[in-house]
Design a protein around this ligand. Structure first.
Ligand SMILES: NC(=O)C1=CN([C@@H]2O[C@H](COP(=O)(O)OP(=O)(O)OC[C@H]3O[C@@H](n4cnc5c(N)ncnc54)[C@H](OP(=O)(O)O)[C@@H]3O)[C@@H](O)[C@H]2O)C=CC1
Ligand SMILES: N[C@@H](CCC(=O)OP(=O)(O)O)C(=O)O
Length: 415
């Protein structure tokens, strides 16, 4: 079967999706959550084949890894999506016109949603469950590094669909190669929206080549600013979590921005980082403060590459600023508009940061690791948009819908 054949199947399958009732969708997703947990061994076995092909030192290794706990987490998110209120059929507007037209604006599925995504097995299930719940067909093009995991995952999904007498054509898995990605970008007339999840290279390629409307999910170049009014204990907890919880994900901390008047607190704030062998690329003022107080082998002088870089592993930059305004200027210059945080006790300062920092998620005294659909109570996420039109930040069911106008009358004609 060619990629085009799959696109044609997907378009035809959209008609199946619009006829499904939410009760049926809930049953399928709940059953799928149970089934994937029952098939944990199969999923882990497939994932092991992928892991064996990636060096453990690769910063993307942890992201590729499935564990029984993570399978359980995926199933939990799937049940949450299953039990959410349907995003379809919501009346956004209703009006009676002088012309005696009765109009209703109601939410409907996008139709066929294509996703090009990173080597992260949970995404296969998250994308399917969100698309299925919102009445969309999904066309998946996952990372080649996760091929065995994705193949096993889609196999389980299709097995579950068949047991509910639903065509497996509502989920399409493309070959894990760049040709499939390129074909997907050209599948206008078959695929209604394309969501690329990945590096700037992917985003640029899709932006330049896609004939399909795109929602851009960009890399995360993430800052946390420790203000002169910051609480050190909160700063220690938040900065450590944002950097080390899962350093390869897009919401992980890349650069700590610290007010010069609080530099004396820097060694204590970063002490726990040394335990995780976090390499610090420090600017001149912070380097002088850390020298002798942070392991030499983990301390480097920042260079022009240090700021505006997304560090996928246990590495971060430190920038010293002499004022709040300088902090805002630095974050504004280097942010990828994904997630930004401030550690401060002064309410007015926090309010200014919330107002002046332009990002999808802006935090006060909180770890940026929370930029996640499930953490935001959205069930799961199909990606984190770093653009502003249609969708921004963690995207879930609402962002997978469009709307149509329904108009009726008693035979009214236009004069
Ligand atoms: N905001 C968000 O929701 C997300 C952000 N990210 C960010 O992206 C960073 C990089 O992740 P990474 O896994 O390296 O992403 P990559 O961009 O390397 O890979 C993501 C997917 O895109 C494909 N791809 C990459 N470049 C191209 C291209 N030029 N043309 C066509 N397809 C392409 C890959 O295929 P192949 O497997 O063949 O390389 C893969 O399927 C992450 O660290 C994270 O910061 C990642 C995911 C989600
Ligand atoms: N919301 C996700 C991060 C988004 C995402 O998938 O990005 P990435 O892990 O870089 O592929 C999480 O909190 O793990």
């Amino acid at each position: 079967m060619t990629n085009l054949d799959q696109f044609k199947q997907a378009k035809e399958a959209a008609q199946i999706m619009v006829r499904l009732k939410d009760e049926q969708i809930r049953e399928v997703l709940t059953d799928l959550a149970d089934t994937m947990e029952a098939r944990t061994a199969l999923l882990l076995s497939a994932n092991k084949k992928d892991l064996e092909r990636m060096d453990e030192s690769d910063p993307r290794y942890d992201r590729l890894m499935l564990t029984a706990e993570r399978v359980e987490g995926i199933a939990t998110d799937m049940r949450a999506v299953a039990n959410m209120e349907t995003p379809l059929g919501e009346v956004l507007d209703e009006r009676e016109m002088p012309s005696r037209l009765h109009l209703k604006k109601v939410t409907v599925p996008i139709g066929v949603v294509g996703v090009i995504y990173e080597a992260r097995p949970n995404v296969t299930f998250d994308v399917f469950s969100l698309c299925f719940k919102s009445g969309n067909v999904c066309v998946l093009k996952g990372g080649q590094d996760a091929w065995h995991s994705n193949l096993a995952g889609v196999g389980i999904i299709r097995e579950c669909l068949a047991s509910h007498a639903i065509s497996s054509e509502v989920v399409q898995l493309l070959p894990p190669d760049r040709e499939a990605a390129k074909d997907l970008m050209q599948a206008d007339g078959y695929v209604d929206m394309l969501i690329p999840r990945g590096s700037q290279g992917l985003i640029n390629s899709v932006r330049e080549e896609s004939k399909i409307p795109v929602i851009e999910t960009g890399a995360g170049i993430v800052h946390t600013y420790f203000d002169v009014s910051g609480d050190l204990e909160k700063g220690k907890r938040v900065v450590f979590n944002a950097k080390t919880r899962r350093p390869s994900v897009c919401n992980a901390l890349d650069c700590l921005v610290i007010h010069a008047e609080r530099l004396s607190d820097l060694p204590e704030m970063l002490a726990a980082m040394a335990v995780k062998d976090v390499v610090v690329e420090a600017d001149e003022m912070s380097y002088s403060q850390l020298k002798g107080h942070y392991p030499d082998q983990l301390l480097e002088r920042a260079n022009e590459e240090s700021f505006g870089t997304e560090f996928l592993g246990f590495r971060m930059a430190v920038k010293t600023v002499k004022s709040f305004d300088e902090a805002i200027a630095h974050v504004t210059t280097f942010s990828s508009k994904h997630s930004e945080a401030i550690i401060a006790e002064d309410e007015a300062t926090i309010a200014r940061y919330f107002n002046e920092v332009d990002a999808a998620a802006v935090y006060a005294n909180t770890s940026t690791a929370f930029t996640d659909g499930a953490q935001f109570g959205l069930g799961a996420e199909i990606g984190i948009s770093t653009q502003k039109l249609h969708a921004r930040g963690p995207m879930s069911l609402k962002e997978l819908t469009s709307y149509k106008w329904l108009i009726d009358s008693d035979g009214v004609t236009r004069p």
